[in-house]
Design a protein around this ligand. Structure first.
Ligand SMILES: Cc1ncc(COP(=O)(O)O)c(C=O)c1O
Length: 418
């Protein structure tokens, strides 16, 4: 192996070792290099308290507890730790116990699941809703449940792995159009004219924070009579006048046939859901394996989620604060001449460039100064655009935002100049 730092996980996918339990030998060599281990020390760090903005981690850097400002959690609206949500989950725990103890079809459906699915369908203004135990499982399960071998799934090239894995499981042909590029999409729709197709986009793209160009994508899809599947993982409860997501933001909800949301981000819990027309949901229940063959969501979590939906939709105060905090941070980061890509949301990338050493060096210094910002390295993002990904929270105080900006200025801005 020449320069170990030129390698990444992208290089070890194929394994020539006959024994599948043995990773490639150079993978083990790569992983045990102290420089690679240092890079990995920024991942799987242990949170010792709730995923609030001010929390505590056990730092992998020196195995010490550290109080930090946490801008890595997806607890965008603070609902994971909202007192009313916690109280509802506690009551759910007392009444129903910890787990559902069964798949939804057989013994895992509780009154709480039925109530919550109805609430979500009404909220999203769709006829019906199916709940999954994880967001990832929801995407995989919905695509696998609807698409068949010989069908064509046309995805934006920046779509999440769960959407791609759904296509793999369904054995569909997958085509990837250039990010948000309607001409590229039209080309693929033209090529697939005589096939059953579905077009997959995200409301907010999770590594860049930009929005789907839904108005133009809808136009092209209508020309080809192609249904649209939108993943609103990073936009539900935040975008649109009523928080229904990016489809509401563009006033194109009816044009989107199927809408996915996760319950692990703005909702503050765990799970996923699909809202669509009643026939589609009925059909999905017949064929979607992660629904049919997996335990239903934990009842106390669902009890908490019901309250989370109530709290987030009874007024706009949480999302108003999210957007004013986002605007404040963005303005000051741009004043520092940092590259924030094309973000239009609460997901703010701070693009560092090609140097993995700089990325990890900044991560270490920021953590030592009390700011927990997750580095995102190749292959999760292109090698020339390694970055930090800031997840803004409605719970950030003015003092926490100013402290964050000071640390970023001292570490990143000065570090990029040197
Ligand atoms: C766009 C997108 N879709 C789906 C998922 C999966 O959701 P979950 O983490 O709730 O399983 C994620 C998670 O990161 C995501 O970013």
């Amino acid at each position: 192996m020449h320069d170990i730092l030129n390698y990444s996980l992208a290089d070890f996918f194929f394994n020539d070792n006959k024994n599948v339990l043995k990773p490639p030998s150079d993978f083990t060599e790569w992983m045990s290099d102290p420089r690679v281990q240092h890079g990995y020390s920024f991942f799987e760090q242990q949170l010792l308290a709730a995923p609030k903005v001010s929390t505590e981690i056990l730092s992998n850097l020196d195995n010490k507890k550290r109080s930090i400002i946490n801008l890595t959690s997806y607890n965008y609206l603070g609902l994971s730790t909202h007192p009313e949500v916690i109280q509802a989950a506690k009551e759910g725990l007392d009444q129903y116990g910890l787990g559902a103890s069964g798949a939804p079809l057989l013994s895992g459906t509780f009154d709480l699941h039925v109530k919550f699915a109805r609430m979500l369908a009404d909220f999203k203004q769709k006829e019906d809703c199916i709940l999954y135990s994880s967001g990832f499982g929801g995407n995989v399960g919905a695509i696998q449940g609807l698409m068949r071998k010989g069908d064509v799934l046309i995805l934006d090239e920046k779509c999440h792995k769960s959407l791609i894995d759904g296509g793999t499981l369904a054995q569909t042909k997958m085509l990837f159009f250039d990010h948000n590029d309607v001409n590229s999409l039209a080309l693929m729709l033209e090529k697939s004219k005589d096939k059953r197709v579905m077009v997959v986009v995200e409301g907010v793209y999770s590594m860049d924070g930009d929005l789907v160009d839904l108005p133009n994508i809808v136009k092209v899809c209508q020309e080809y009579d192609a249904p649209i599947y939108i993943d609103e993982a990073h936009s539900t409860l935040m975008f649109g006048e009523n928080g229904r997501g990016v489809a509401e933001h563009f006033d194109l909800e009816e044009e989107v046939g199927i809408s996915f949301g996760t319950l692990s981000k703005s909702f503050g819990g765990v799970g996923g859901f699909i809202c669509s027309n009643a026939d589609t949901i009925r059909y999905l229940k017949g064929y979607s394996s992660p629904w049919n063959f997996s335990c239903a969501p934990s009842p106390p979590v669902v009890a908490g989620l019901i309250k989370a939906l109530e709290v987030a939709t009874r007024d706009s105060s949480l999302r108003d604060r999210l957007w004013s905090n986002t605007a404040y941070l963005k303005k000051h980061l741009l004043d520092m001449k940092l590259d924030l890509g094309k973000t239009e949301s609460q997901v703010i990338p701070i693009i560092i460039g090609p140097s993995g050493e700089k990325l990890m060096g900044f991560a270490e210094q920021m953590q030592k100064r009390g700011l927990f910002l997750q580095p995102v390295d190749f292959p999760a993002v292109p090698a020339h655009a390694r970055r930090f990904r800031m997840s803004v929270s409605s719970q950030l105080t003015q003092e926490e935002m100013d402290r964050t900006l000071n640390i970023i200025e001292d570490v990143v801005v000065k570090g990029l100049r040197s």
